[in-house]
Design a protein around this ligand. Structure first.
Ligand SMILES: [Zn+2]
Length: 260
């Protein structure tokens, strides 16, 4: 089947739980915002959310939809073992590498409710630097000591990759997939999104500073430690809670079709 016109997706709000619909709305918004802020890679990469009242299931994009087209009803529902429980009437299915990465995270981390993965230029560039993400800016200190690194072995299509990724990420919420891109986890979609926003900007700032061919001013270890501590999620507000409603208003001002 080939689709040439606008996508027509039957609304499914009436057939899912309130908790699942809320997760679908947040996840669809995250796709639109990811695209709007220039963090998408056409149809590639993925953002996912665990179904709150069915912890062995998660929601993820159908492979073939642009991020700017994603709606709440278009998201696939799959089990962490790979069974597709719901897909819209579209010729788009589950992306193998996307499933491998996100199922690995939900299997290994019961606390993770959402995960976001990007292939931005800045994220890919920092993922290719031996030094990784440096605490060069206030924004970057948020991630100091909190980033896991995962070695590149080619696209993550082999199920054995799930254990390796779980081992690499451990208890951390931020990961640089070396020579590949960025990955964040959160206890909600907004938290994973705002973490990605911060890590993306930290990468952009590092590359901009390193490109200036002049000596870099690295904050002292004491300052880095103090700044890093100020971003301790167990001590401060959860990121995303304050930002998210404004971001949803911003989306609605442009187009509220993500809510369908
Ligand atoms: Zn990727």
């Amino acid at each position: 089947m080939t689709q040439f016109g606008p996508l027509e997706i039957a609304p499914i709000q009436a057939s899912v739980s309130d908790a699942e619909w809320k997760a679908r709305l947040d996840l669809a918004a995250a796709y639109r915002l990811c695209d709007g802020y220039g963090m998408s890679d056409m149809i590639y990469t993925h953002i996912s959310a665990r179904v709150p009242d069915a912890p062995d299931q998660f929601l993820i994009n159908p492979n073939g939809m642009l991020f700017g087209e994603i709606t709440a009803s278009s998201l696939l529902k799959v089990t962490i073992e790979g069974e597709v429980l719901y897909k819209p009437e579209l010729p788009y299915g589950l992306h193998k590498a996307g499933f491998t990465i996100h199922s690995a995270l939900y299997r290994a981390r019961p606390d993770a409710m959402a995960a976001m993965h990007t292939h931005t230029i800045a994220g890919m560039a920092v993922s290719a630097l031996k030094c990784g993400l440096l605490p060069l800016t206030q924004t970057a200190t948020r991630f100091y000591g909190r980033v896991a690194y995962h070695d590149f072995r080619g696209p993550e299509r082999d199920p054995s990759e799930r254990d390796l990724l779980a081992r690499s990420i451990g208890e951390k919420n931020y990961c640089i997939l070396k020579n590949h891109g960025l990955l964040t986890l959160g206890e909600s979609v907004p938290e994973a999104f705002i973490a990605m926003w911060g890590m993306e900007r930290a990468c952009q700032a590092q590359l901009a500073a390193m490109a200036c061919n002049t000596e870099l001013e690295m904050p002292s270890p004491e300052v880095v430690a103090r700044s890093c501590a100020a971003y301790d999620l167990t001590q401060s507000r959860r990121y995303g809670l304050l930002e998210w409603p404004g971001l949803l208003r911003k989306l609605d001002q442009v187009d509220s079709s993500w809510r369908q």
